[in-house]
Structures are given as structure tokens and as C-alpha cells.
Design a protein around this ligand. Structure first.
Ligand code: ADP
Length: 556
């Protein structure tokens, strides 16, 4: 057997000899070119979203070599995923699947358990398997990014028929973002709601199709392996099939590796206009949210709009130094000055109207009238502010055209990295003000500026607080970590929980969802042990530890 390099971090309970045996067998499955041992500095230091790390967190709040894999393995097809899963069971080595690794702010491609094998699904499994125009859906493999899917529509002259929905940044995968329950900003912004049908490799290496996919297509060639068989024609049309609905347990989960997923596409609405409404005073947040709620539930606000704090927009337009030489959190007077300079409000609301002209006009009249009750608020169409880079970017995002402009705000501080603190909020003025006050206060106690946005879903808001830190300055990392751990507890005391989080915070947040003596967590642990008795798949993901693990050993 060839000898292999020692990784910077071995998997738990694995010595170099066992690791080498594993690597030898894994190479036999995926080929030499699809296995990389993370053995030295040449594998570290990747911090560019456009060329992301496949083995560590780019925005490492815990040090670059903590959440790091021992090796990455890139299977070429579903059969190889199954074979690698079986091999991990045989060797008792943990496996951390990811699609593209651009999960920035939440840990990137880094695994929860140091030394896990990173399963790089996106490198080779990146085909758009189908775009069905009449059914308005796509079926994708893990490596298909929002940009890929959009470009496919453009290249095939389909944009006049179908649009995709995109998050702020277009480089992540459709499948990975959906399994993490990420959001975008068109009427199809709730990605999990808009997915339909999954093909999943379970932790024992077996393969299932969920929903209608469980019903075989009578014309399928059963001499082929199951993953190659023609699926049921309604797989991407009806989510639920028959019996318990499984898809939810494969989101934010360690119960399966999703290898195909259907996603509904939005039919081109036949007309589109984006807009910005600026709100001059900090306290206008209250009135704005009270206006938004009834309009959103009635779907007069047709898409997922955002209400952005001045500094989020300012940070897209320049770094901190370009606005202030102070090293203290910016004061209200300074924030007013920045708003004035940028011709923006203290809060800025970005939305869009969809549909033919008469429909848009009707919606616009209602929205303008409603926001017009806030003194000093101003409505701008995207044509009126051609130089406002945020409005011009939202104009693209809100019609499903991917961009990477929003990467800019991470440069607010030198060597910028970020964590997201993302509590769910009721769509009420009181709740928004209370969350804003608390989060801004904690940021300022630690000497950082508050940067954040309220993203309005169907019935709630995702309040996204962007904690920007200097990732090369240990003190700055420590402060960001302090803010977020403190806020998680502060929030739980008020009944606020986060919808998604970074690897370093998963246990803490799982602990806050503690109703009835942690009954839900216990239920999830039972399912975990039943489906994954050896605990090889993403142990610790979202705070769920297999019984075979001593969770304390991995406490942060
Ligand atoms: P993105 O595609 O946005 O770059 P990642 O590939 O980094 O996102 O995935 C984010 C997280 O989502 C991963 O760390 C993993 O926990 C989960 N995930 C991604 N892809 C899959 C998949 N195919 N099956 C199961 N979980 C996945």
C-alpha cells in the first residue's frame, strides 16, 4: 500500500495507519484525482468567495485549523457517494457533506468535528438534469449554483418564460442553500417551500426518493441502478406523495446526503419594477414594520422584501475608514451624516412589483400611499437612482439574476470576516424595535457597529445581523464570538430563536430550543441513532450528537 501524507488533523479515534488504509480504499472508489489530503499550509488561507476553501471555514472565528477536514473526497456519481458512505461506516470515520462550500457566515465547507472527511459533492456532480418549462421546475445535482441555473435559462432563451430565485450571493448551490433553509427575495424566496422532491443517500449507504419519487415510473429501465432510473413524472410536481413527509428531516440535518433535488421556478410575471423607500429616522423602523405586515400577508408585497439598516448599504458602498476615523461604534449623529451623504434613510426598504402594467400600478399606488404616511419617507424607482449600487443590485436580485456585489460589506473592516446572528422575529413594530435595540446594544458593548437587515417572509421576519470582524485579529474574533454567544442567550430569554447558525454555535442554539425538557432534541437524537447507528454522517450538525459520540469532547 502507498504511504499517504499525514493530515493536519486526523479524524477522531483514527491513527495514521488506519487513515492511510481508508485513503487507499477511498482512492479505489473515486480515483486519485478526487481525493485531497489536507496536509499543509498550501491547503489553508483560502478566503476568497470566488475561489472558496473546500476544507475550512473561510471566515474562521475559531482559528483556521479548528473546523478543518482531514481530506476531501469528490465522488463522481451517486454510486460513489454510496460506496464512500459504506466505507466510512466500515472505518468509523465521520463524513461531512457539502455542495459548493460557500455557506459563508455559517462555517463554509468546514466540518463540525475536526478531522472529518469533507464530501465535496459539487466538484463532479454538478449537472442540471432537467428544466421543464410547462411544469416550471428544475431538477439539479448538488454542484449546480444559482449562477449556473440562471445562465442555463439565458443560454437556452428561457428567461422570458422562467426565473429562478437567488440569495444575496449567486455562487452557492441551489441544493445546499435549500437544505440549509436559506432564503431569496422574489415571490419564490422561501427555498424549502419551493423545492419539490429529493433523492437521498442515507447514512447506511441506501438510496431513497421522497414524495412522488417513491412511486416507480412504469417505463423506467430497472436493469439500471436506482439513481439512474427514470423518475416518476410527478416527482417535481407534488411534494408530499403518501405517508409521512420526509423531506424536512433532510434539511439542516445529519440524516442523509441529498444527491438530487427538484426546485420550482417562477413563471416570468410579464412585467417587473423594483423600488427603494427611504425612511429618515431610526425609529421609523416601528411604523415601517407595522405597514409591512398587512401588505405582506395580503400579498400586496408580492416578494420577500428587505428593510436594511443604513450601515448595510453604506458598507456595500465603502469601507469603514471611508466614512469615519473613529474607532468607536458610530453614533446616531454619524449615522445620520452617512445617510445624508448617501441620499439614503436610516432604514431602507427594497421591494418590487411583478406583473403586467395595470397590476403593478395598482400595487404601487397602495404601497406608496401606505409608506407615504411616514413623514419624510421617499419612494424611488430603480431608474431614478442609477448610481445607487445597492438599488441597482436589488433590481437584479429581486428578479432572480445572481450577483456578488453584496460581498462588499464584509470589507467594512480590514481582513473582514463575518458571522450571522439570525433570530426570527414577529412582523410587528415592537418586536423589530426590541430586537434592533438589543442587538445594536450588544454590538456596541463589544465596540462593533450594528449592521443588519429584516427580511420579510410570509408571516415572520428573519432578522439578519451581520457581525463583521477582522479575522486576522484574535481580539476582534473574540469580540464577535462574545456578541453572538451573548445574544443567543439574551434572545432565548425573550422567546427569540435563530433559524440557522455557524458551526461554533450549533450546540448552544440547539440547547435553547428546549421545550418540555429538550423533547424535540431527544426525538431528533433517536432518529439519528436509528438511521445512523455508528454516527458517521455529520455528527454534531445542528447540535444533534449520535450516542456513539461524547459531545463534551467537542464542546466549544
Ligand atoms: P453552498 O452550496 O451555499 O456553498 P455548502 O455547500 O457550503 O453551501 O453547504 C452548506 C451546508 O449544507 C453544508 O455544510 C451541509 O451541512 C449542508 N449540505 C450541503 N449540501 C448538502 C447535501 N447535498 N446533502 C446534505 N447536506 C448538505
Amino acid at each position: 500500500m502507498a504511504s499517504y501524507a499525514a493530515p493536519l488533523k486526523l479524524p477522531p479515534n483514527t491513527d495514521q495507519a488506519k487513515f492511510s488504509q481508508f485513503v487507499n480504499k477511498a482512492i479505489g472508489i473515486v480515483g486519485d484525482e478526487n481525493l485531497v489530503i489536507i496536509s499543509g499550509p498550501e491547503h489553508l488561507g483560502k478566503d476568497n468567495y470566488l475561489d472558496p476553501s473546500k476544507n475550512h471555514d473561510m471566515f474562521h472565528v475559531m482559528g483556521e485549523e479548528y473546523f478543518i477536514s482531514s481530506a476531501t473526497i469528490a465522488p463522481r456519481d451517486v454510486a460513489e457517494v454510496q460506496a464512500i458512505v459504506k466505507l466510512c461506516n466500515e472505518f468509523d470515520i465521520p463524513l461531512w457533506p457539502f455542495s459548493v462550500g460557500r455557506n459563508v457566515g455559517y462555517g463554509g465547507a468546514g466540518p463540525r468535528v475536526p478531522g472529518s472527511i469533507g464530501l465535496d459533492l459539487g466538484k463532479n456532480m454538478n449537472k442540471i438534469l432537467k428544466v421543464d418549462v410547462d411544469g416550471a421546475y428544475a431538477l439539479v445535482e448538488p454542484g449546480v449554483t444559482y449562477t449556473n441555473l440562471h445562465e442555463y435559462l439565458v443560454a437556452n432563451n428561457l428567461r422570458d418564460k422562467l426565473w429562478i430565485d437567488v440569495p444575496d450571493l449567486g455562487g452557492g448551490s441551489v441544493l445546499g442553500n435549500t437544505t440549509e433553509r436559506g432564503v431569496g427575495y422574489t415571490p419564490y424566496g422561501n427555498h424549502f417551500m419551493m423545492h419539490c422532491g429529493m433523492e437521498v443517500v442515507l447514512p447506511d449507504g441506501s438510496l431513497i426518493r421522497t414524495g412522488m419519487g417513491a412511486l416507480p415510473n412504469p417505463d423506467a429501465d430497472t436493469s439500471k441502478p436506482p439513481h439512474e432510473q427514470e423518475p416518476n413524472a410527478a416527482w417535481q410536481l407534488f411534494n408530499y406523495g403518501f405517508g409521512p413527509y420526509n423531506d424536512g428531516i433532510f434539511t439542516q440535518s445529519s440524516l442523509g446526503i441529498v444527491v438530487k433535488m427538484g426546485i420550482w421556478l417562477m413563471v416570468n410575471p410579464g412585467g417587473y419594477e423594483s423600488y427603494l423607500i427611504t425612511l429618515p429616522r431610526d425609529e421609523d423602523l416601528h411604523a415601517a414594520v407595522e405597514i409591512i405586515r398587512p401588505l405582506r400577508t395580503a400579498m400586496v408585497l408580492q416578494n420577500v422584501p428587505t428593510l436594511r439598516h443604513i450601515l448595510l448599504d453604506a458598507a456595500v458602498m465603502g469601507d469603514r475608514k471611508s466614512y469615519s476615523s473613529s474607532d468607536k461604534p458610530l453614533t446616531d449623529a454619524e449615522l445620520d451624516e452617512i445617510a445624508e451623504k448617501l441620499n439614503l434613510g436610516r432604514w431602507n426598504f427594497y421591494g418590487a412589483f411583478y406583473g403586467p402594467e395595470p397590476i403593478r400600478q395598482a400595487m404601487k399606488a397602495v404601497v406608496k400611499q401606505a409608506f407615504g404616511t411616514i413623514p419624510g419617507s421617499k419612494f424611488y424607482s430603480h431608474e431614478e437612482l442609477p448610481d445607487n449600487v445597492v438599488l441597482q443590485t436589488r433590481h437584479l436580485t429581486l428578479q432572480g439574476i445572481p450577483t456578488t456585489t453584496e460581498l462588499k460589506w464584509v470589507d467594512w473592516l480590514p481582513n473582514g470576516g463575518h458571522l450571522f446572528f439570525s433570530p426570527i422575529a414577529k412582523v410587528t413594530g415592537d418586536e423589530a424595535m426590541a430586537q434592533y435595540k438589543l442587538t445594536r446594544q450588544r454590538c456596541e458593548e463589544a465596540g462593533l457597529d450594528f449592521i443588519g437587515t429584516f427580511v420579510v417572509g410570509m408571516r415572520e421576519m428573519h432578522h439578519i445581523v451581520c457581525l463583521v470582524f477582522d479575522r486576522l485579529d484574535p481580539e476582534s474574533c473574540r469580540k464577535a464570538h462574545w456578541i453572538i454567544t451573548t445574544l443567543i442567550d439574551d434572545a432565548a430569554k425573550r422567546g427569540w430563536g435563530e433559524y440557522r447558525t455557524h458551526l461554533a454555535l450549533m450546540d448552544q442554539i440547539a440547547g435553547t430550543y428546549s421545550f418540555n425538557d429538550n423533547a424535540q432534541l431527544k426525538c431528533n437524537q433517536k432518529i439519528k441513532d436509528a438511521l445512523d447507528p455508528k454516527g458517521i454522517l455529520a455528527p454534531g450538525k445542528n447540535g444533534i450528537w449520535p450516542t456513539s459520540y461524547k459531545a463534551e469532547q467537542f464542546a466549544i
